[in-house]
Design a protein around this ligand. Sequence first.
Ligand code: FES
Length: 201
Amino acid sequence: MTSKENLEEKVDEERRCFLRRATATVGGVGLAASTLPFISYWLPSTETEASGNPVQVDLTPLQPTQQLTIVWRGRPIWVIRRTPEMLATLPKLNDDLRDPFSNEDQQPPYAKNLYRSIKPEFFVAVGICTHLGCIPTYRPDVGGVSPSWLGGFYCPCHGSLYDLAGRVYKGVPAPKNLEIPPYDYLSDNMIIVGVDQGQKT
Ligand code: FES
């Protein structure tokens, strides 16, 4: 097996591990949400997952700084509730980022803004590194990854870094910002992933 095949096998195994972890924690959203900043997982029904249909996500349990992960079309979709302090970090980072203004086609038009989201408070993104597809780790801890770290996502496979809007830093292997999936708000506390804003379901 070549080293490239070895690497791809490793990445596939990481994804399989993610789905096994997700399956093992179905139903744990309310429990995990009580402790910061635990990550919780929620899987749609087998029928919904198999069909690739849109998935509704209740934002009610999500406390500030927390991350919720669902699975849509076999991919982890993150929802993170960002605080005003977290949002305030974003304009400071432009010089350090590869695509600070989201010129690459990595988001729907309604998420092409500083926050890369419909509402600044809730960040919705595909949790897959744009280098070789590992699953980055949510690291909101200021100073946690480096002394100048303001929070974001760290990919453990080859060290790629993204800010709290999923914008990739310069000088890391990942070439692009994290992808933003199509989504819309059904109400203040309910989103639907897999449907573009304003699209009828
Ligand atoms: S997969 Fe290589 S840095 Fe994320």
